[in-house]
Ligand binder design. Structure first.
Ligand code: PLP
Length: 382
């Protein structure tokens, strides 16, 4: 069975971790973390990059840095991982779910605009599959209503919007280095911002609410508890693993692209025949081959396609159960319908995609299409 995902680990990663274990500092913000943060700043052209324990935690840091609390509303997609919403609820603020564009499964700016109220403080766009949201349209809404944009760019590492790296366009950007993401260190993340103030606040939040970072820089002569905070700093050992991945990013992207392109080419006839649809890549969005999915016409066909793919030895999966229709989402006050979200989530199938699949990409893509073709043909014929 070809797994859905598999981290790309080779001699470079093994050597990096072994070397890091020889250092005297294994906790966070040591020499390795500082070097990785500098590499991120330089690569992305962003003023501040702080490594965190996960993307979930980077979003939590963002909500704390923004001082969100009860009464504040945050607009985000329902079609996303729970980590986009939990940090909002943890602050006692209210998540307001907006619908997506069925072509990209990214936030639909018109629906976002409809959900703005006097209590809205922020928008959290999610770049699904590393395909950029319509950031110009979202920024226009944010400007009009004085809202902050926090990009959930967990899937957007090494992808751009009009030439700008995802995660560096809004006020704050959050990356994931989970082992299913494009660059990984097992568990990890980053908090990105061009704002000195939002960087300073994050620095406190991330260091248990203390000004230890300023102390280490020599800006203050003792360190103490100055704000609400928690422990969000990533270990230097994981930073070393991440550094090896950062240095290999071109190779990793090339391999992922080879698989993505092979799927895209193999599915073209099925798309032309109107039997499945694929993700739209809008003008200006340079994606990173984070994931490949197709959508069937109906939920029933989706189930049959997943069974056929698994019978053909491919671990196909679906996601997400839309947050607005989940038990916890409903408990948190969402009782309206989001039609594109519901339809998209019920008809989407994701295929195995990871760097080491590149040498087999053509064969695997052909096998996938054969399995799906059988299903969509037989059912359409009834
Ligand atoms: C993976 C993912 C996250 C969570 O990332 P972690 O680093 O595992 O916390 C958040 N949002 C989206 C859209 C994701 O895909």
């Amino acid at each position: 069975m070809i797994p859905f995902s598999k981290p790309s680990v080779g001699p470079a990663e093994q050597a990096a971790v072994a070397a890091a274990l020889g250092n005297d500092v294994l906790h966070g913000d040591g020499a390795v973390s500082r070097r990785v943060q500098a590499k991120l700043r330089e690569w992305l052209g962003v003023e501040h990059a702080l490594l965190t324990t996960s993307c979930t935690h980077a979003i939590e840091v963002a909500m704390l840095a923004l001082g969100l609390g009860p009464g504040d509303e945050v607009i985000l997609p329902s079609f996303t991982f729970v980590s986009t919403a939990n940090p909002v609820v943890l602050r006692g603020a209210t998540p307001v779910f907006a619908d997506v564009d069925l072509g990209t499964m990214n936030l639909d700016p018109e629906d976002v605009a409809r959900r703005v109220t006097p209590r809205t403080r922020a928008i959290i766009p999610v770049h699904y599959g590393g395909v950029a949201c319509d950031m110009d349209a979202l920024q226009a809404i944010a400007d009009q209503h004085d809202l902050v944009i926090v990009e959930d760019a967990a899937q957007g590492v090494d992808a751009t919007y009009k030439g700008r790296p995802l995660g560096t366009i809004g006020d704050i950007g959050c990356y994931s280095f989970h082992d299913t993401k494009n660059l990984m260190c097992g568990e990890g993340g980053a908090y990105l911002t061009n704002s000195d103030e939002l960087a300073r606040k994050a620095e406190l939040v991330r260091e248990k609410g203390t000004n230890r970072a300023a102390f280490l820089r020599g800006d203050v002569d003792k360190y103490t508890w100055v704000s609400l905070g928690s422990s969000y700093i990533q270990s230097d050992v994981l930073a070393a693993l991440l550094e090896a991945q950062l240095d290999r990013r071109d190779e990793i992207k090339r391999q992922r692209m080879a698989v993505w392109d092979a799927y895209r080419a193999a599915f073209a006839p099925l798309v032309e025949a109107g039997r499945v649809s694929l993700q739209t890549i809008p003008e200006g969005a340079a994606h990173n081959a984070h994931l490949f999915y197709f959508r069937t016409e109906t939920p029933e066909l989706r189930g049959a396609a997943i069974d056929a793919l698994r019978a053909a030895g491919l671990q196909a999966v679906f996601h997400y159960v839309p947050l607005h229709s989940s038990p916890f989402g409903r408990e948190n006050g969402c009782d309206y319908d989001l039609p594109a979200t519901t339809l998209g989530a019920e008809t989407l199938v994701r295929l195995p995609l990871f760097p080491d699949l590149a040498p087999q990409a053509g064969e695997v893509a052909a096998r996938a299409v054969e399995a799906v073709d059988c299903v969509v043909r037989s059912v359409s014929a009834i």
